[in-house]
Ligand binder design. Sequence first.
Ligand SMILES: NC(=O)C1=CN([C@@H]2O[C@H](COP(=O)(O)OP(=O)(O)OC[C@H]3O[C@@H](n4cnc5c(N)ncnc54)[C@H](O)[C@@H]3O)[C@@H](O)[C@H]2O)C=CC1
Ligand SMILES: CC(=O)C(C)=O
Length: 253
Amino acid sequence: MAKVAIVTGAAQGIGLAIAQRLYEDDFKVALVDYKIDVAQVAAADLGPNAIALQADVSKRDDMFRVVHETVEKLGDLNVLVNNAGLGPTTPIDTITEEQFKQVYGVNVGGVLWGTQAAHEAFKKLGHGGKIINATSQAGVVGNPELALYSGTKFAVRGITQVTARDLASENITVNAYAPGIVKTPMMFDIAHEVGQNAGKDDDWGMQQFAKDIALKRLSEPSDVANVVSFLAGSDSDYITGQTIIVDGGMQFH
Ligand SMILES: NC(=O)C1=CN([C@@H]2O[C@H](COP(=O)(O)OP(=O)(O)OC[C@H]3O[C@@H](n4cnc5c(N)ncnc54)[C@H](O)[C@@H]3O)[C@@H](O)[C@H]2O)C=CC1
Ligand SMILES: CC(=O)C(C)=O
């Protein structure tokens, strides 16, 4: 029987590539995003075993609701990919309380609420599952002008390690993927802002991040989806608490 996966932030970028790849891997997939119109088009493009659900992942009730709706509509839940995230450029002196709450609410809160909701569903369904969280190479080594963002992504690695230990006895694995410089709207926005802050263009901004990639190319979203496919499948059953870096050779740990 087909397994069921939820992917948050699935309307575009890395989340969309993950949803597409898991669908190809024979999962039924719920694409969760607050951009519901875009997610609906993406789900329709995938086929009859995909649905789109609207949620703001920073809201605990939203995450419990979409997990319930997924089980109701697709019949089970086996994998949750906590992918949704925000990546504003935040030179240290510019950070406001509002920004702090927003970015931590989505990037960290989204992972916590998703994990709680999936855990409750796995218990009710009487089986284990896999929780897969989005961190970043910027959550392995601090990146310039990304104090808020990098901080949240270090936190995601911490939560991944703790929940892996806490949930292991229930046959739930928890792992994370740490992409590098991926061609998505988020990364193009960051390159634009970093370039603008220095009085330079977007290409210069992108180079500040891309110059140290050993493989000498930017990442496609599919590079990340390939790793998530592995983490969602049975070949990774004996792996938990780990962050897999998929950055073309930027950070070596
Ligand atoms: N693009 C990159 O170079 C890298 C991205 N990442 C991480 O990968 C994940 C995906 O990133 P991208 O695809 O690049 O981002 P993106 O900005 O292109 O797409 C993010 C998606 O998440 C959705 N989203 C944002 N906040 C949400 C919320 N509160 N509730 C529901 N949906 C929400 C957006 O509507 C959008 O569809 C993020 O967690 C990001 O931090 C990590 C390393 C590098
Ligand atoms: C956006 C991001 O995660 C970077 C620059 O690693």
